[in-house]
Design a protein around this ligand. Structure first.
Ligand code: HPA
Length: 277
């Protein structure tokens, strides 16, 4: 093993020890809350909250809208950890730093990962306020978070990405959607670096490539989760139509507003998914 290789894993263990000195909670499912979904934490019987800023050296979100904390607790009898506030590549962190909280949640014991986000709709059948179950992803426009010495303790050098999103979880999400009449969509999520929104020409290109929605997070998290053996699912809140689809300029206020408006629907899905898992 090279020094670098040992140090990436050592660093993760350094964070892990700090968290485990504050709580011995063992989560089964990890949930990443996207923009406007922070209220989901009201549904959790909280056991412990740890701010990222209280973990020495831990990457901290610079986005005021994302609080930046782990919330440990129960949804009914299910032990969960919420990642309330994520770190984005566009903030200037390396991809390795961006995915650090995902790896930490795995090392704390989480076997399942539920990802949520706000995304722009590329599919012309979509409309703002729709929820899309992610069936697959395109990460080719962002650096892979797995570049660098492989962390052997977590997974293999060349991980298979044929089934990033677990088909039984996709099916569960669909049946929850039917039960609650939520009109869920399905599709492929494409990640960009952000922070700029896309041009209409980029969106036309992404559409040809098979993307149904576009966003600035999630796919890199799903990738490392698969690498370290977690079972993954994801839901995008379509907050706006992507650039050029309607001709309207994009506005981050609209993104946050629409996400907040469909938060109830998404919370119903998350709650039911967790208790069925
Ligand atoms: N593009 C990229 N990311 C996004 C968008 C978008 O249109 N909407 C919400 N997040």
């Amino acid at each position: 093993k090279t020094n670098v290789e040992t140090s990436a894993y050592n660093k993760l263990n350094f964070y892990l020890r700090q968290i485990q000195s504050k709580t011995d909670f063992i989560p089964e499912t990890a949930i990443v809350l996207g923009s406007g979904l922070g209220n989901f934490s009201d549904k959790v019987k909280k056991v412990c909250i740890i701010n990222y800023s209280d973990i020495e050296d831990f990457p901290i979100s610079t986005n005021k809208m994302h609080a930046g904390r782990f919330i440990f607790g129960y949804i009914e009898s299910k032990p969960v950890v919420l990642m309330d506030g994520r770190i984005h590549y566009y903030e200037g962190y390396s991809m390795e730093q961006v995915v650090t909280p995902i790896r930490i949640m795995k090392m704390l014991g989480a076997k399942n990962l539920i990802l949520t986000n706000a995304a722009g709709g590329i599919d012309s059948d979509f409309k703002p306020g729709d929820l899309m179950v992610i069936t697959d992803q395109i990460t080719s426009f962002v650096p892979s978070p797995l570049v660098g010495p492989n962390i052997e303790e977590l997974g293999t050098r060349f991980p298979d990405m044929t089934h990033v999103y677990a088909s039984d979880l996709i099916n569960k999400l669909e049946s929850i959607g039917k039960k609650y009449n939520l009109n869920l969509r399905k599709g492929v999520y494409l990640q960009t670096t952000g922070p700029n929104y896309e041009t209409p020409s980029e969106i036309r290109a992404y559409k040809i490539l098979g993307a149904n929605a576009v966003g600035m997070s999630t796919a890199c998290e799903a990738m490392v989760a698969v690498h370290c053996g977690m079972k993954v699912c994801g839901i995008s809140c379509i907050t706006n139509m992507a650039a050029g689809i309607t001709g309207q300029p994009l506005d981050d206020k609209e993104v946050v507003e629409v996400a907040a408006n469909v938060a109830d629907k998404l919370e119903t899905i998350l709650y039911n998914l967790v208790i069925e898992m």
